[in-house]
Ligand binder design. Sequence first.
Ligand code: MG
Length: 158
Amino acid sequence: MIRIGQGYDAHRFQDGGQLVLGGVNIDYPRSLLAHSDGDVALHALCDALLGAIGKGDIGRHFPDNDQQYRGVDSRILLREVHALVVREGFRVGNIDLTIVAQKPRLAPYMEAMRASIAADLQVNAEQVNVKATTTEGMGFEGRGEGISALAVALVEKT
Ligand code: MG
C-alpha cells in the first residue's frame, strides 16, 4: 500500500537572525519569523508526511503556544514526525520539495539540504528531491516579504 501527502508553509522575513532552510544554515542577513527556527521547508515536509499517514498537521503535534518548541531546530520536529511514520507502520518512499524564494539564491545549498533531509528520514539521498524557484518578482515571495515551501511525500506500508 502506498499513500501520499502534501504540505505547504510560509513565513515572513525579519532582519537579522539565522536563516535555516531544509535543515541547512543559509548565509543571508535576514531570517524567517516563527515560533521555531522558521524552517519553512521542513515544516511543509512535516505536513506532507503527516498528511500521508493521516495524522493531521504540524500545529497539532507541536503547538506554537508550547514553550518547549520555542526556537526549536525543525530537524528535531522532522525526526519526531519520521518516528511517527515508522510507528504507524510506514517507510518513506520519496520526497519532493519546492522552496519559493526570490532571494537568496539557494542553488549552492541544494545538495546539503538533500543530505540533511535524507539523514533525518533515514533514506538515500536519491529518494529526496529539493528544488527552488523564484516567482519573477510576483507575490509576497517575489517582493521579498517571505518564503514559502511546498512538499509532497509518498510513504509505503512496511
Ligand atoms: Mg511553519
